[in-house]
Design a protein around this ligand. Sequence first.
Ligand SMILES: Nc1nc2c(c(=O)[nH]1)N[C@H]1C(S)=C(S)[C@@H](COP(=O)(O)OP(=O)(O)OC[C@H]3O[C@@H](n4cnc5c(=O)[nH]c(N)nc54)[C@H](O)[C@@H]3O)O[C@H]1N2
Ligand SMILES: Nc1nc2c(c(=O)[nH]1)N[C@H]1C(S)=C(S)[C@@H](COP(=O)(O)OP(=O)(O)OC[C@H]3O[C@@H](n4cnc5c(=O)[nH]c(N)nc54)[C@H](O)[C@@H]3O)O[C@H]1N2
Ligand code: SF4
Ligand SMILES: [Mo]
Length: 740
Amino acid sequence: MRSICPLCEATCGIEVFMEDGLPESVRGDDADLFSQGYICPKGVALVELSEDPDRLREPMIREGDDWKTVSWEEAFTRVDEGWKKLWTEHGKESLGVYMGNPVSHSTAMSLYGTGLVKILGTPNFFTASTVDQMPKHASSGYLFGHPMSIPIPDIDHSDYLLILGANPLESNGSLMTAPNLPGRLKALQKRGGTLVVIDPRQTKTAKLADRYHPIRPGTDALFLAAIVHQLFAEERVVADGAIALCEGVTAIREAVQPFSPERVAPHCDMAPEAIVQIARELFDAQSAAIHARFGTCAQAHGTINSWLVDVIHIITGNLDRTGGALFTKAAHGPDNTKGVDGIGRGFVTGRRKSRVSGHPEVMGEFPCAAMAEEITTPGPGQIRGMLTMGGNPVLSTPNGARLDKALASLDFMVSFDVYLNETTRHAHVILPDVSPFERTHYDLSFSQLAIHNYARYAPPLMAPFDRPKDWEVLLQLVGIAAGMGSKADLDLLDEQGVRQAIGREQRRKNTRIGDLDVDAILDALAPRRGPERLLDFLLRTGPYGDAFGKSDEGISLAALEAAPEGIDLGPLQPRLPEVLRTASGKIELAPPSFIEELTALSTNLNNNSESKSILLIGRRQLRSNNSWMHNVPSLVRGKKRCTLLIHPDTAAKQGLRDGCKVTVSNETGQVEVPLEFTSDIMPGIVSLPHGWGHGVENTAMGVAVDHAGVNMNLLVDASQLDRLSGNAVLSGVAVTVSAC
Ligand SMILES: Nc1nc2c(c(=O)[nH]1)N[C@H]1C(S)=C(S)[C@@H](COP(=O)(O)OP(=O)(O)OC[C@H]3O[C@@H](n4cnc5c(=O)[nH]c(N)nc54)[C@H](O)[C@@H]3O)O[C@H]1N2
Ligand SMILES: Nc1nc2c(c(=O)[nH]1)N[C@H]1C(S)=C(S)[C@@H](COP(=O)(O)OP(=O)(O)OC[C@H]3O[C@@H](n4cnc5c(=O)[nH]c(N)nc54)[C@H](O)[C@@H]3O)O[C@H]1N2
Ligand code: SF4
Ligand SMILES: [Mo]
């Protein structure tokens, strides 16, 4: 049977072989239009992952240190009592919510999660976005009017690709959804294209590249500003295309004045000639794109990086053209495909401030790095309860030790998860999620970020055994949040949800279904329920949808069901100015707060560029997925992977030997970890993989504890943020390395 791998952003099509109604093995689906058989070791391990004996299958409640399994009824009653108590005693804001990465890979959590948070009515909402890609949302939001309007490198057609702070050969890509990125990058080179990689470590991707340049962590904004400077200096600036839709080009030309390649280069540890060459190549190539990802976001100037990347796309004429960076048009009708083309309400941040440090809200979220202080700082509005959904912030967010303690102090915590792990061990109630084979799958997020327009759907391969479905659990939580108690009428709630979606659509300008009767729409969607009904509605009212009979060619969920290999909606096409949702109807290229921050950066150019501290960066590994795949034997087999990579020259200075155990420390914390020598990393830089650190007590992950490793985020200072987006600074952390 065909399905879609929900583990990473590549969204590979998979073929699942069933025996006696149960999944037996998984392989890449050759017939899948998008992935054509590609699969990685994590996808192959999906059955092992679902059948992990440590995976939670029944709700659990904790009293003191004792866990016991309980019925769903009892678990929901506990949640109802716990939340009521919090709200009566301390108000709605006393319950915080954290959503992790798997939320975006789950159709049910994506569809019902936002509604749940709304009904919970708490300002204290956090997600893994602020330890990941929030700078991209902030930059795109300001420039194009919508935080999901992120330009995607058109790598299947590019002649030149600059990769900055990303390692798709291990990560399989991010904000650039495409199965088989290794194959696609090789194809780019094979057709004569050039691949250039900039990274403090010579990663697998860097080794594949035609050229590799090391860069000092945290200095990408200087590098990118120097590229813009050089392009203006040599008048390598186009006159038409996206630039004609921009406001603020002159302000940028002025702001980059101080950033000449000569001044910037010593700070980046790069040669000025390399910067000049890359600037020229980006302009001169038939088409060029920049893929700047995690390494450029998890920095103090993440938003500036994301912004300057699109400034370069625009002034070199590469935004919105084939082979450059284009906007995906997703089938389920996200906001940037609806309403009035080319104009909108624009994007604002800071509508609220966090209580303790006054961090501005971005996309309705506060920085997850601020979670601990919101829990531990007394006063009105203090967080006293948490709901975590598909998240392990103890391992994945800054200053894990402090957050660990904070969670332990909560009055009441609920987790919707699949493991009893470093975070969920603090919960009072754990509600287990279903396995990937037991749920509906449609990529609501990643189909908006794909390098090709496509729509694919996978129905559940089996019904969950003797338990509610994932969406039923979430709707029940909605019911509790709405004050309907632990036995809410789910059918009623489900129907209310669809009616709201219909109402929202019918109120939009330019809706195609404004004249249709709500009950007639509900009839047309029957007998579907739950996520399938919502999805059918979204697809039918989306840009390729049948609009309930108004377009003969249009798609619906039925059309996707009939095409399990996916529906090809064509290569990415230019979408400007239609895609814009800014108030001005222009690309607002020079937001004052961005210019201000760039200008402030120029004052550092006069400072001494000599590096004093050793800087710690992270890394991803093909057989890991953030923090939660270390309990699967086939994914942890072989030599220990949680090591500190160090250049032999750096080690020699400190008198350290290969393989010896070292202490890595700073003011935030310390870890002990074995050294691994490599000349692939810049001298003065060390690297730890993130997501390890399973050696804590009271978890239930028998395999992971034997491969514990250390938590890199014990060393990350929670106060270091990208000011414009609230994203944590996870890379380039100053540390001391010494022999144990
Ligand atoms: N130092 C450092 N820190 C980092 C990073 C880094 O590179 N370096 N990377 C950052 C990035 S990019 C991200 S996205 C974050 C991730 O941060 P998180 O999302 O907080 O962490 P994950 O490790 O992805 O945790 C996933 C959680 O979801 C649970 N889970 C797995 N599958 C399911 C499911 O199907 N349903 C439900 N309900 N739960 C499930 C797992 O048991 C686990 O508890 O970490 C960030 N932190
Ligand atoms: N196998 C595997 N795949 C994954 C994940 C996983 O954990 N394992 N996680 C998934 C998730 S949640 C995400 S967000 C994506 C992320 O996927 P990518 O965006 O590809 O991120 P990384 O693989 O972490 O690569 C980041 C690179 O940035 C470099 N870097 C660090 N600091 C700097 C800097 O200051 N400047 C520059 N230029 N480079 C720097 C690092 O050395 C590293 O090579 O991967 C996803 N896919
Ligand atoms: S690359 Fe990502 S989507 Fe594809 S099989 Fe591996 S984990 Fe799954
Ligand atoms: Mo991520």
